[in-house]
Design a protein around this ligand. Structure first.
Ligand code: OGA
Ligand code: NI
Length: 189
């Protein structure tokens, strides 16, 4: 986890730099009361893969996901024209997903990727995502230097910890609204 987190910081720096900002601009957001986590997924063989999904379509509510997916296919990403495209496994490489946090930081320059996992009849599958997420206390919003009178912020600030809490709660009870998404904080500009 420590090594992968180090890689996550490096990728974050490169992406922040690509937006024209000092590479360490957002570091402090990831430094105390951290919420990053590592998960191990197991997808058993499925007798009727056309009737089931391993994980239904979603976007990761993280800054970046660093995923090791072994050598069994399953992960699919949605292309701009709505096609599901399989991400060919390469056991010597990580898959990097851009998540919702990068989308908010960058005021939509980076887009969070929609993805899902399909299951398969013959072989079980394992995958190992590391979810790189900000600290609880962070007020998430587009990075102010990236917005101006000509380029207004597309999201109102929201407390990251509270957002996670509400998403977590909605895993267990029906809150009467669809699962909370960053789009709830989008403002019309
Ligand atoms: C996830 C996810 C992909 C995979 O856990 O959020 O998208 O390949 N996993 O298991
Ligand atoms: Ni995911």
């Amino acid at each position: 986890m420590e090594a992968v987190e180090k890689l996550a910081f490096t990728l974050l720096e490169l992406m922040v730099e690509s937006l024209g900002l000092p590479p360490c601009r957002t570091h402090k957001h990831f430094e105390s009361s951290r919420t990053s986590l590592f998960r191990m997924n197991h997808y058993p063989v499925c007798p009727a893969p056309e009737l089931a999904l391993g994980v239904s379509r979603h976007k990761d509510s993280v800054a970046l996901t660093i995923l090791l997916q072994g050598d069994v296919e399953g992960l699919e990403v949605k292309s701009k024209d709505g096609e599901w495209i399989i991400v060919k496994p390469n056991p010597d490489a990580f898959v990097i997903n851009v998540g919702d946090v990068m989308q908010v930081y960058s005021n939509d320059k980076y887009q969070s990727i929609e993805h899902r996992v399909v299951v398969n009849k013959n072989v079980e599958r394992y995958s190992f995502p590391f979810f790189f997420r900000p600290a609880h206390w962070v007020d998430l919003c587009p990075i102010p230097e990236l917005t101006s009178d000509q380029c207004l912020p597309k999201y109102q600030p929201f407390k990251w910890g509270k957002y996670l809490r509400r998403r977590f709660d909605s895993n267990y009870k029906d809150l009467g609204v669809p699962n909370l998404q960053i789009s709830h904080y989008r403002v019309n500009v």
